[in-house]
Design a protein around this ligand. Structure first.
Ligand code: SF4
Length: 420
């Protein structure tokens, strides 16, 4: 989205939150905030420092719509829920997310003026606006940091453009610490702090870094996530750190494209189980979008079309990359800079170094998808990563034949021919 009124894009909703600052969570499982957040929802909401009331609503009440409505009327009678100027959040275990949505919809139907959200949408979007307007705090759904561009694989459609990275580089521990210090001075709370690469398990100081971040910023991080391609096993020190700080491993699955990765991946799964380390295991049919190089010349699109396309690339809140003390509009644009595909452009990032706190609402808007351009300069070279990207997808992990140099104007078919 292109900025119209920087610093005021969310004034209307923010104003409503100021008048309705109590939170009521209705649901039947409060122990896990979301699929990627292994924390109680109350712990995540705690940093907002507003009253939170939990109302148990058993899932069996949701089986029949009329019964649900009846129970809601009884709850209203009992708790006077809707006279409390509160924001209502419906919350169920992540497997039952549809139940939360159904309950939200029924509540909206019965009480049209109610501010009601299901927990996923609240944690991904409205909570950022709530935090900024009610508490002058910055809450962000997620941010990713790259510790190394070195990898054990060379995936053709790597989201980090590994085939174009000729000289892989690890970031020094001091620099990574400095990045986090700059970031957490400005950002009060991040839902997921994701550590990625390259393959982060090749990074020599990974255990030390995770331990340092988790100790220093535990009150500002909902969940540390670690993405891995499943080709390496953690050593004992790293395993202890992962367990101690409840890090979730995001376990990519490239076994269809690279069957030789399977034995180690299987060992890794056993290893994680034995050590009590949590993970999210992507299934065998994991796929990569062929989102780069460009399938056609997107620079011909109008500004409006580019902006609309960029808006579709994300769910409720875009993925952000932290690099050089800056937050990038699009993760992939930042990775493209690192791979030497595009030049850094100040319109694609916000600098957090020496951040002017009076610009907090602009930062919130940037995190939520607003920018000077309304899109990223990399959008002209990128097929987009969204449901509207109808390009073929491939089994994740197909390997490129070598390292390539990027030249401007390279098309997807030219890149694929080089890889035949
Ligand atoms: S089109 Fe590509 S560069 Fe643009 S926002 Fe989408 S993923 Fe990012």
């Amino acid at each position: 989205m292109k900025w119209n009124k920087p610093g005021h894009e969310f004034d209307e909703l923010g104003g409503k939150f100021i008048k309705n600052r109590k939170l009521i969570v209705i649901g039947d499982d409060f122990d896990q905030a979301s699929f990627y957040l292994n924390r109680r929802i109350t712990d995540v909401l705690q940093f907002l420092n507003v009253p939170v009331k939990l109302v148990k609503f058993s899932i069996k009440n949701l089986q029949k719509k009329w019964f649900t409505k009846l129970i809601i009327h009884m709850l209203n009678f009992k708790y006077k829920l809707f006279k409390q100027h509160a924001v209502i959040i419906t919350h169920y275990k992540y497997q039952d997310v549809n139940k939360a949505i159904m309950l939200r919809n029924i509540l909206k139907e019965i009480f049209p003026n109610l501010m009601v959200y299901d927990s996923t949408e609240f944690l991904e979007k409205q909570m950022s606006i709530f935090a900024a307007y009610v508490q002058d705090k910055i809450y962000v759904r997620d941010t990713c940091i790259i510790v190394t561009t070195g990898c054990t694989l060379n995936c053709k459609y790597c989201l980090n453009f590994t085939p174009f990275i000729k000289h892989a580089k690890s970031i020094s521990l001091e620099k990574l610490k400095e990045e986090a210090d700059i970031y957490f001075k400005v950002v009060d709370y991040v839902g997921f702090f994701q550590i990625s690469g390259g393959e982060p398990l090749t990074y020599k100081y990974l255990a030390e870094y995770i331990e340092w971040v988790a100790e220093k910023y535990s009150n500002q991080i909902g969940q540390i996530l670690l993405a891995t391609n499943g080709t390496l096993l953690p050593d004992e020190r790293l395993a202890n750190v992962l367990k101690k700080y409840g890090v979730i491993l995001l376990l990519d699955n490239y076994t269809q494209a690279v069957p030789s990765t399977k034995p180690t991946r299987d060992k890794l799964i056993n290893f994680l189980e034995e050590h009590g380390i949590d993970s999210r295991d992507y299934g065998e049919n994991q796929q990569f979008f062929k989102f780069f190089p460009a399938n056609e010349d997107y620079s011909k699109l109008s500004e409006k079309e580019l902006s609309e396309r960029a808006d579709k690339c994300w769910g409720l809140q875009p993925w952000r990359n932290l690099r050089d003390g800056r937050i990038y509009y699009c993760n992939f644009s930042s990775f493209a800079v690192t791979a030497g595909i595009i030049q850094d452009d100040p319109r694609n990032y916000m600098d957090l170094k020496n951040f002017d706190c009076s610009k907090k609402k602009e930062l919130l808007e940037f995190f939520m998808g607003y920018s000077v351009l309304g899109y990223d300069t990399f959008c002209t070279l990128c097929n987009g990563i969204n449901e509207s990207n109808t390009l073929e997808r491939r089994p994740a992990g197909e390997q490129a034949k070598g390292k390539f140099g990027w030249h401007s104007g390279m098309t997807l078919s030219e890149f694929e021919e080089m890889n035949l």
